[in-house]
Design a binder for this molecule. Structure first.
Ligand code: GLN
Length: 482
């Protein structure tokens, strides 16, 4: 097994025992990136030198006897997360030459813990999308089939974890952007409770649902990342204190666990073969001792409609800062005299413009009540419905995406089709719930994902259930094509 293929847990053990060094681990990841990134286009920036320096520093800490779950572990970060001194583009032409002046809180926490930043990953421009095709820098490819999309918007992070370019990657999930690509790439995608991880230094999309989280190889690894990045932050007033214990407590028996299954998440819109696999995964939870409880969440069907009013509304406001004056420097040469600012018209891609216009419309006088206010009222209903459901069950199991990864170019001309990718993901985002997507098996060599959602702050529980499943389920290993 190559070092870059290790899980965090495996690598941590080898690092602690002095069997390997962080520099060796980091070099293995950098070599893998150099080998396959041209084909995948998963990374937009690689900071090899800085990574090796950070790895050497981690080795010194390890040699001095310090231990930590992420000490010396190499990772990649989605390129809408600010990284001091490094270009941070959000995959937009608008930010093509933007160098972040500070680290996002999640990045500084990871650096303090001794994790090693390898570089930045591709995404849909400003995280608007579900395929990573809307990147100004070209699409990322799915490592299981290079003619297909990796999902999105954290497609670069998901492809990178799947193809072992790093041990874990950071993503952001606003309406599914961690769980969707994780599902298409056969990795674990974990969206923490809204507010449990600081948004400070994330390039804002929809402030009321944005949350950073981890794409990892196992649920245990995702929990290891959560423990470092979580926490209240005075720079983000929406943060809360999560009650995650410092020790992993993966229970392999799910006795006394009540798992809700809502019929609204099955049937129409869901690929039949995928449905069979997801139902089998739920059956596996039952074998582990869980009780399966049928529940009903009728407002699920409004999730996408509500999300696509609220999201563009917040986007139209958040992206107003890119006003053609403060950001968007275009340099034709090193000489500053040759640089100029690009306009919003030039700087934004079609999907970003569509959302700014939709949001401006939904918020405008005369339409505000009919669209924005109504969407907020239905959102409140969705939240109430989940709260009622969580009186009956501990977690909810559901599909993550309607089907497996689609072909490049297949859906990017039809916004509605693309938005329907988010059907099973948006309700929990609107309610700020923790949710994790993980593999349920495969169809024709392509991964199928499903998800486990929990009430707010039940992060540890959803990850424990995911871990119990992942430890007992037997899946065929899929072939990576790079
Ligand atoms: N696909 C969703 C959208 O396009 C999710 C985006 C996200 O979570 N960043 O809005």
């Amino acid at each position: 097994m190559k070092l870059n293929e290790l899980t965090i847990k495996q690598a941590q053990k080898k690092l602690a025992e002095g069997e390997i060094t962080s520099v060796e681990l980091t070099k293995a990841c950098l070599a893998r990136i150099a080998e396959v990134n041209d084909k995948l286009n998963a990374c937009l920036l690689i900071c090899g030198e800085e990574a090796l320096a950070a790895a050497a520093a981690a080795d010194a800490r390890l040699a001095a006897g310090e231990r930590g779950e992420l000490l010396g572990i190499p990772f990649l970060a989605k390129d809408n997360i600010l990284t001091k001194g490094l270009r941070t583009t959000a995959a937009s032409r608008m930010l093509e030459n933007y160098v972040a002046p500070y680290d996002a809180t999640v990045i500084s926490k990871l650096k303090d813990a001794g994790a090693v930043l390898l570089g930045k990953t591709n995404l849909d421009e400003f995280a608007h999308g579900a395929s990573t095709e809307f990147s100004y820098f070209g699409p990322t490819k799915n490592p299981y089939d290079l003619t297909r999309v990796p999902g999105g918007s954290s497609g670069g992070s998901a492809a990178a974890v799947a193809a072992d370019l790093c041990l874990f990657a950071l993503g952001t999930d606003t309406g599914g952007s961690i769980r969707h690509p994780a599902s298409f790439c056969g990795v674990v995608g974990y969206k923490p409770t809204y507010g449990s991880c600081s948004r400070f230094g994330l390039i804002a999309m929809t402030s009321s649902t944005d949350v950073p989280g981890a794409l990892a190889k196992t649920p245990e690894d995702a929990l290891a990342v959560l423990k470092v990045i979580q926490g209240q932050d005075e720079k983000d007033s929406t943060t809360l204190k999560l009650k995650v214990k410092s020790k992993l407590k993966i229970k392999n028996s799910l006795k006394d666990l009540r798992v809700g299954v809502a019929k609204e998440y099955f049937g129409e819109g869901l690929n039949k073969q995928a449905e069979t696999l997801i139902l089998a995964a739920i059956e596996e939870l039952k074998k582990l001792g869980a009780e399966i409880v049928p529940i009903t969440l009728p407002n699920t069907r409004y999730g996408v409609s509500v999300y696509y009013i609220i999201t563009p509304s917040e986007i139209s406001s958040n992206l107003a800062r890119f006003d053609g004056l403060r950001f968007g420097l275009k340099a034709e040469s090193e000489d500053l005299a040759d640089s100029y600012l690009i306009s919003r018209g030039q700087g934004f891609g079609a999907e970003v413009k569509r959302r700014i216009m939709l949001g401006t419309y939904a918020l405008s006088s005369g339409y505000y009540d009919a669209y924005y206010l109504k969407a907020q009222a239905v959102r409140a209903e969705i939240i109430r419905e989940f709260e009622a459901a969580f009186k009956l069950v501990d977690v909810i199991a559901a599909p993550a995406t309607p089907s497996t990864a689609f072909h490049l170019g297949e859906q990017n001309q039809d916004p509605l089709k693309m938005y329907l990718e988010d059907t099973f993901l948006t309700p929990s985002s609107l309610a700020g719930l923790p949710a994790v997507s993980l593999p349920a098996g495969s169809i024709a060599g392509l991964p199928v994902g499903w998800q486990i959602m929990g009430p707010q702050q039940a992060d540890e529980l959803v990850l424990n259930v995911a871990a119990a499943y992942a430890n007992s389920a037997q899946h065929q290993k899929l072939e990576i094509k790079v």
